[in-house]
Design a protein around this ligand. Structure first.
Ligand SMILES: [Ca+2]
Ligand SMILES: [Ca+2]
Length: 470
């Protein structure tokens, strides 16, 4: 599982970012082009994936929230069925870079795992060429923090980052000059390879969850990963003049003018850092795929690759996550199963990330618990054009909701606040870049009425499961 990765993969048609290893995974499996997260933020999205429940039912709507119900999580279901289950690095929520410096468990779910392993690396302070593109000159900041780190490390202490800028959201870019074992995803891949070797020797069933934290900021990658990308070549999306004028205020939170204040050069540097971080993460995926082949595990192992949610890189002048626009809610999802009849397929069927739980259960012959709200799409691996398990996807962020059908994206803002709801409606077939908000236009009144009814149903359904009552 990658972190904050949108569909900037060459196999998904991205024009600049190169992901040869994820592309070869897709060549042996199925890439889903309409997979939607349930909440475009790390903690809630991950809790929903692992529980198979919407945030409105499992109660995790913030980073740091814990799953507290008795129904088994996805790995727990496998563990109860006799599988060894392991976690490497970030699967449930961990603060990045905070928990990655300290090597803490974050908001983990201990009963999910037979064995777990946290990486502890320097992240933003990794030796190399570092820059926080949100600061005019970040060099003194880095010199000061590197000194602090060195002093603390000598005393065996843990680093607490007391940075004027929140490093979990600043575009901090580091061209690292260290061994891969000192980088978060390199260290995670090393441990995962060791665990795979042990599992192959044990010759018993396993469920291994490997968390890569890139391309979440800080964008730390070895210098080689940056070489394919030049700052001046980076293409920031076009934003038509007046694009934001037809949006509710609540939809504009992630805009550059309001929050990020990135200069055009800082934007290009951020894109370069993001793609370099993806290339590095992709390389680590490749090492795991090679290990599966070397250990002869591939013919009996289902491989799933996903990200917890998508990411903005300048569309509508927006950056990062927490928005209901397409780039923020649609992550990549690739599944390669030895059981599938044909490989190298793309599926445009609508799926939700909570559907992964029952899909893996079905593929492994396990029974999905009643509390799970996801629906299996296992049959799509054989027939990608088959009727989808779903006709639409449901996404939440705070008190804002999105209903995504094949043709429409319909968003409601400030739902529940009396008389204060605002809406957006986009025709995804004719306006895939979501430039023109059609909500409130008389020609679309009937369409909007139908979507509003359906969204109300989806909100009620999303609330309907009860974890603690199982
Ligand atoms: Ca994330
Ligand atoms: Ca617009």
């Amino acid at each position: 599982m990658a972190d904050d990765l949108n569909t900037a993969l060459s196999g998904y048609g991205h024009p600049q970012c190169e992901t040869p290893n994820l592309d070869r995974l897709a060549e042996r499996g199925t890439a889903f082009t309409r997979a939607y997260c349930q909440y475009p933020l790390c903690g809630p999205s991950r809790a929903s994936i692992m529980s198979g429940q919407y945030p409105l039912s499992n109660g995790v709507t913030k980073n740091g929230g814990l799953l507290t119900g008795e129904a088994p999580t996805l790995p727990q279901l496998f563990r109860q069925a006799g599988y060894w289950t392991g976690r490497v690095s970030k699967i449930y929520h961990m603060g990045v870079p905070g928990n990655i410096y300290t090597g803490d468990n974050g908001a983990d779910h201990p009963a999910s795992w037979t064995e777990r392993y946290n990486v502890s690396v320097m992240e933003s302070l990794t030796p190399g060429k570092a820059e926080d593109v949100m600061l005019v000159d970040s060099t003194p900041v880095y010199e000061e923090y590197r000194k602090k780190w060195a002093a603390l490390k000598n005393k065996g202490g843990k680093l607490f980052i007391d940075h004027g800028n929140h490093q979990g959201s600043d575009f901090v870019i580091v061209e690292a000059e260290v061994d891969d074992a000192e980088l978060a995803d390199g260290a995670a891949a090393n441990k995962a390879i060791e665990l795979l070797q042990q599992r192959a020797a044990a010759n018993t069933p396993f469920f291994l969850a490997v968390g890569f934290v890139r391309p979440h900021v800080p964008l730390v990658a070895p210098r080689r990963s940056f070489e394919a990308y030049q700052v001046d070549d980076m293409r920031v999306p076009d934003v038509p003049e007046g694009d934001l004028d037809d949006m509710p205020e609540a939809a504009k939170k992630q805009t550059n003018a309001k929050k990020y204040k990135l200069t055009p050069e800082a934007q290009r540097k951020s894109l370069r850092g993001y793609y370099a971080a993806i290339s590095y993460m992709d390389e680590q995926v490749g090492r795991l795929l090679d290990t599966l082949d070397e250990l002869d595990l591939r013919e009996n192992t289902i491989v799933v690759f996903l990200s917890d949610h998508g990411y903005h890189l300048g569309e509508h002048t927006m950056w990062q996550k927490m928005s209901l626009f397409e780039e923020s809610i649609r992550p990549p999802l690739i599944i390669s199963s030895p059981k599938q009849k044909q490989a190298n397929r793309k599926s445009a069927s609508m799926v939700e990330l909570i559907d992964i739980y029952p899909t893996l259960a079905e593929l492994a012959g396990l029974e999905t618990p009643e509390a799970v709200q996801g629906r299996s799409f296992a049959r799509l691996l054989d027939v990608p054009g088959a009727d989808s398990a779903r006709e639409d996807a449901f996404i939440q962020v705070g008190s804002n909701f999105c209903l995504r059908t094949r043709q429409w994206a319909y968003m409601s803002y400030n739902a529940g606040e009396k008389g204060n709801s605002e809406f957006m409606l986009y025709d995804m077939e004719n306006d895939p870049q979501q430039y023109t908000n059609l909500a409130g236009k008389s020609a679309y009144a009937e369409v909007e009425k139908g979507l509003k009814k359906r969204l109300t149903e989806r909100i009620a359904q999303a609330r309907s499961a009860n974890r603690s009552a199982q």
